[in-house]
Design a binder for this molecule. Structure first.
Ligand code: ATP
Ligand code: MG
Length: 315
């Protein structure tokens, strides 16, 4: 049976309630919201009822427990999340600028999840999983990179698959070893899920069509390109399809890509036709932006289907 695994940061997110440029003066804040790209991803997988687990670390503090409670409630196996009595749960402060871009202050590498390593229990957990989803943001330190690489090796050796969302943030790209780790993960990727310009990260080509061709000439079986409010496109050796964005009211775009990816991967692993997986994923990304808070907009299958039906699309 399919079981989806991810490895990486669990954080709380604290959001500035007023737009503006960063945090160099006092601003009003709201939070803590459960967060961390791998955590949002796996929460959305859990809500779909697909078996799933996360390997991570939190501190024995309220920020850690708010995340554990949410993930558990939404059906995620959290047996691979170590509660470190000496550690502090990671955090991200985010403020939207008027142009829609975001400024982040991250505390990841020096938080509890900065020291993710594989113990016997989470090695056993990896052995139960058939698919690994890698978030680029999770490649922030040597021990977490080693853990991701070991999981890739184990899962692929058993005939499993790997999906990869580069999910780049300028603030985290400075992490030592991250660029090299991103390239290493790509060589093991079956399903690649870049957003916008990330399509060109690993391609010499500067045009979309050519970059997709280049990626599909490697071992990558399919590329799914996320285009924000404009929707998304799917490419494999024989198929090219696009889905427009569903019309929704955007309150907070953070988490759209993670929810989209979780839903696409779940349907893809179930053997759904690409057009079906793309429509469900686009619905998931659209619903994600309607709620303030990165993990607040994850959806059940019934909620996805309600949006698809309301838009007049066949189910
Ligand atoms: P993230 O900020 O979570 O990393 P991302 O850049 O990886 O996001 P996006 O392209 O922003 O990913 O969003 C993923 C998908 O969600 C899009 O391809 C689209 O289908 C849907 N989506 C995102 N924003 C909107 C929106 N405003 N309206 C409708 N659909 C949206
Ligand atoms: Mg993203």
């Amino acid at each position: 049976m399919t079981k989806i695994l991810t490895i990486g940061e669990i954080l709380v997110e604290i959001i500035a309630t007023e737009k503006g440029d960063g945090f160099r003066a006092p601003v009003r804040l709201i939070g803590p919201f459960p967060s961390g790209a791998p955590a949002i991803f796996i929460d959305q997988v859990g809500k779909l009822g697909t078996p799933c687990a996360i390997i991570s670390r939190v501190g024995d503090d309220d920020f850690g427990h708010v995340n554990l409670a949410r993930l558990k409630a939404d059906g995620v196996d959290v047996s691979g999340v170590e509660v470190d009595p000496q550690g502090t749960t990671g955090s991200a402060f985010v403020r939207y600028r008027n142009d829609g871009s975001r400024a982040f202050v991250f505390n990841i590498r020096h938080s509890a999840c900065g020291t993710i390593t594989l113990n016997d229990d989470n090695r056993r957990l990896i052995g139960e999983c058939t698919h690994l989803h890698v978030m680029g943001t999770a490649l922030y330190g040597e021990t977490v990179i080693d853990s991701v690489m070991a999981a890739i090796e184990n899962i692929k050796a058993r005939g499993g698959t790997v999906s990869f969302d580069p999910n780049l943030r300028p603030e985290t790209l400075k992490a030592p070893g991250m660029r090299e780790a991103l390239s290493r993960v790509l060589t093991q990727t079956d399903l690649f899920l870049p957003s916008g310009e990330e399509l060109f990260l690993f391609a010499a080509a500067t045009e979309e069509e050519a970059a997709v061709e280049e990626l599909l000439a490697t071992d990558i079986k399919a590329v799914v390109l996320k285009r924000g409010a404009k929707g998304a496109s799917y490419f494999d050796a024989t198929t090219r399809i696009s889905h427009p964005g569903f019309v929704v009211e955007e309150h907070d775009p953070t988490g759209a890509g993670d929810s989209f990816g979780a839903t696409f991967v779940s349907f893809w692993l179930e053997g759904a036709a690409p057009a079906v997986a793309l429509a469900q994923a686009a619905a998931s990304g659209a619903l994600a932006v309607t709620k303030v808070g990165p993990m607040e907009g994850t959806s059940t299958r019934a909620e996805l289907q309600a949006l698809i039906s309301a838009a007049g699309e066949p189910s």
